[in-house]
Design a protein. Sequence first.
Length: 375
Amino acid sequence: MSNVSRRQVLAASLATAAAGPFISRPVRAESAAYPPRTYPKRVVDLVNEALVIDMLHPIKTDIAPAPMTDKLAEEYRTSGVSAILQGVGIRDPNARDQVLSYYAGWGHYVQVNSHVFTGVDKMADILRAKRDGKVAVIWGMQNSDHFQKVEDVEFFFKLGQRVSQLTYNWQSRIGSGSTERVDGGISDFGVSIIEAMNKVGMLIDVSHSGDKTTLDAIALSPKPIAITHSNCRALNNHPRLKTDEAIKALAAKGGVMGIAGVRNFVTAAEPTTIKHMVDHIDHVVKLVGIEHVGIGSDLDNHGYDDMPPELMKSMKGALSASYAWRDKLDTDGFDHPRRIYDLTEVLLRRGYSSENIKAILGGNFQRLLTATWGS
């Protein structure tokens, strides 16, 4: 969801981080980083067994890398998450340079905190992170303005980018965003970008794209694509969410949709709890099957509600009024570092089998990413 300025990107590229100690061990439900709670053994076992892939989970919502503390390392170690997608939406004529700066800053952060994080080239890196008790960081972007020419796709792929959202909320050279008044679909330039992404093995994402642009991208791509972080418009009439038509088209091509935890994407009115978030998972499962749904939180470890007030105001002001912000942004029960345990518990109560829960937590995205990147 994040939209950043040139100043914030440059700040990120200049930031340094202090590494703290880290002990590699299996994920546990108890953590000093968050008020203790004992989860049922089946919940803990399922999270430990699953490869949990969160397809939008920024390391930090407030943009600049924060020094790694023992507490922060503990939060990641006990989160149950094996891999996170890191990326923002950068809108600027100099987007290419800004994305380079962004990757330089955050890449440095991941490197100096290699006791907590590891980068991703192939699926094997995520499996290794799970085994080693680390969190794999998938490099992405929430729009593709930095692809200023077709050759840039391969350039950024070689730098490590593995996922790119075609458009953010606005109109671009590639297509239209979800809050644009008119959606013209994928442009001729966008067709060439889709071809280049398929050629190198970079996952196409249409989470913020408009309705026609989303359908065009699904139809134009010979390979499955993703909606990494969105919800179902059938349950909440919000322009950022996806229609049943789009979800069906995505699934027909083998794609996967990640369900988000941002409050105004979950419901249009109160209350808004983790149970309502699972309603969106239920809807996708009933509509197209268990194989096509996953998680894309669109939240960092703690969510948005603890952001500095000025940054919160800036973020809300940068996005369309159609976002229909409410005072609280996070979904109750999905707003803390160990929310995957709570989600697993609700899924069990809904009657999902252990194997189906593992598919939702990451198995479906594992299949899609493996097919896209190679094993």
